[in-house]
Design a binder for this molecule. Structure first.
Ligand code: ATP
Length: 307
């Protein structure tokens, strides 16, 4: 049986005057996914998210969330969605606890002390509950923003670049929190990012978009395992190595040679075999440098599009 679709987008397009920000986009997010929505700056991620949250209207295409058309069921759907888009806004001169209490009351959710402290604990801010938000680091504000998005216990959590501006430790904390929400709390998570590495570490499925169009979509395992790597072998005796390869089963995957380097295109599990082949034939391998095609591809589409 096919898993339940939590988000189903078909033929979605959005134009801003002459700019086509989102161009005939299809995507499916299934229950339990940590869905990575990847693309360089300006690819159309925020525009898509704004349409998913019904903040702006598409020019064409359809969006279903929880199986219902968004346009006609906006309120019902959004009750079950938590989101951080842009920087979360807080009352800087009030403490974290008070901020959550006010926000919780505004959206009519449980604002008991127990609940608020539980939520603060979830993101490791319990000890700072009574500190003014003004004194919080960027990372702490991001985590508090996440709590705000989680207060009404949504089924679907949409995060637009939640780690922007965080240091590696801060990024790691947010990643761990996302994994926790997915695994322990059974949330479905839609996560946008312009950093491939960040997404592939935690996502189950992902899509890469560029100029508003989908480029690649699939499970992260599929995309990474099926991937052909470009692998450079640096050897000591290049002429001998080329001869050897040209008279072997490896001939067809040798793509180039430069100085004392041989460039192959191969799958990850073939690397150690080829290495063994060199060693058995008394060629010393000084370095093996793999470049992943997805990484390479992502860098290519990212180049020159940054802000
Ligand atoms: N309100 C707007 N008016 C005009 N053009 C816009 C508007 N919002 C976005 N755009 C343009 O639409 C395109 C997609 O922008 P969008 O913000 O959706 O991309 P993004 O992938 O979220 O990028 P970033 O990571 O930089 O936020 C860009 O060319 C952008 O300049």
């Amino acid at each position: 049986m096919e898993k339940e679709k939590i988000i189903e987008v078909k033929g979605l397009s959005k134009k801003y005057k002459s700019i086509i920000a989102v161009d005939n986009l299809d995507l499916n997010v299934y229950r339990g996914d940590v869905f990575g929505f990847l693309g360089p700056n300006g690819a159309g991620k925020s525009t898509t998210i704004r349409m998913l949250l019904s903040l702006i209207k598409p020019n064409s295409g359809s969006i279903k969330i929880f199986g219902l058309p968004l346009e006609k069921n906006r309120i019902e759907i959004l009750k079950k969605v938590g989101a951080i888009v842009e920087k979360p806004d807080f009352y800087l001169y009030l403490n974290a606890y008070k901020n959550l209490e006010i926000l919780g009351k505004l959206s009519g959710v449980d604002t008991s002390k127990k609940k608020i402290m539980e939520m603060l604990e979830l993101v490791g801010l319990e000890k700072r509950a009574y500190s003014k938000v003004k004194t919080f680091s960027h990372g702490m504000k991001q985590r508090l923003g996440l709590v705000q998005a989680l207060l009404h216990d949504p089924e679907l959590i949409i995060l637009d670049e939640p780690t922007t501006g965080l240091d590696p430790q801060g990024m790691k904390e947010i990643r761990e929190l996302i994994v926790y929400l997915s695994k322990e709390k059974n949330k479905t998570i839609f996560l946008s990012s312009h950093i491939l590495r960040e997404v592939e570490l935690i996502a189950t499925r992902m899509i890469i978009i560029n100029k508003g169009k989908a480029q690649v979509e699939g499970t992260v395992d599929e995309l990474l395992n099926a991937e052909i790597l470009s692998v450079t072998f640096e050897v000591d005796e290049i002429e001998k190595a080329i001869d050897l390869i040209n008279n072997s089963q490896w001939k067809s995957i040798l793509k180039n040679t430069i100085k004392n380097e041989l460039l192959f295109e191969m799958k990850k599990n073939e690397i150690s075999e080829l290495n063994k082949f060199f060693v058995q034939n008394e060629i010393n391998v000084n370095a093996v440098i793999p470049v992943r095609s997805l990484e390479d591809y992502f860098l290519k589409i990212t180049e020159g599009t940054g802000k």
